[in-house]
Design a protein around this ligand. Structure first.
Ligand code: IMP
Ligand code: MG
Length: 184
């Protein structure tokens, strides 16, 4: 059913709502096994907001009680290719000193966004920094970064939905899709 609805929008479902939900429960268990003390989850906005919201509730189901903050970064501006420059659009509210931080992002592509966030939080004195991504793109990284946790490996295609956009569209979709034709 989601596949038909997606086709009508010129998209193809890559990861369905059910597949995502099942994987997030596993991911939450993997995170719980690490026994992070005083865990601070930092969601990198905007793209990760749906993933972070669902993962946080999956973390709650396995008994975790993280604190949560948000960091808005920009790397992709209006186009589907990375500009190579990362900017802080909105900074954290909380102090990261001596905290175990789990950075959550939607896509790991060139690696520049997460590398920037890691450096920033490390410079502010975090005790540890781990990374968790929904999609680990099988691309040539500009920086050497392997995520500590990932929901899915993803082919080298531009994806939308489940929080991710192209020119501010498609964030509301409950699945991850790729664009196959112009919308009907
Ligand atoms: P990186 O800095 O090249 O690793 O890019 C990561 C950021 O680019 C992610 O936080 C996403 O917001 C965005 N991004 C990368 N690939 C895609 C995609 O296929 N669709 C939507 N956003 C993407
Ligand atoms: Mg992003």
């Amino acid at each position: 059913m989601p596949q038909d609805a997606a086709r009508a929008k010129g998209l193809e479902v890559v990861f369905s709502p059910d597949a995502i939900a099942a994987r997030l429960d596993e991911l939450a268990s993997e995170i719980a096994q690490r026994n992070f003390e005083r865990l601070l989850v930092v969601a990198v906005l905007k793209g990760s907001f749906v993933f972070a919201a669902d993962l946080l509730r999956a973390m709650h189901r396995v008994g975790l009680e993280p604190e949560v903050d948000f960091l808005t970064l920009s790397s992709y501006r209006k186009s589907t290719t990375s500009s190579g420059q990362v900017e802080i659009l909105r900074d954290l509210d909380l102090d990261v000193i001596d905290r175990n931080v789990l950075l959550i992002d939607d896509v790991l592509d060139s690696g520049r966004t997460l590398a920037f966030a890691k450096d920033l939080i490390s410079a502010r004195g975090a005790k540890s920094i781990s990374t968790c991504v929904l999609l680990d793109k099988q691309t040539q990284r500009a920086v050497d970064l392997v995520p500590d946790f990932r929901a899915f490996a993803c082919p080298e295609v531009f994806v939308v939905g489940y929080g991710m956009d192209v020119a501010h569209r498609y964030r509301e979709l409950p699945y991850v899709g790729r664009i196959v034709t112009n919308a009907m």
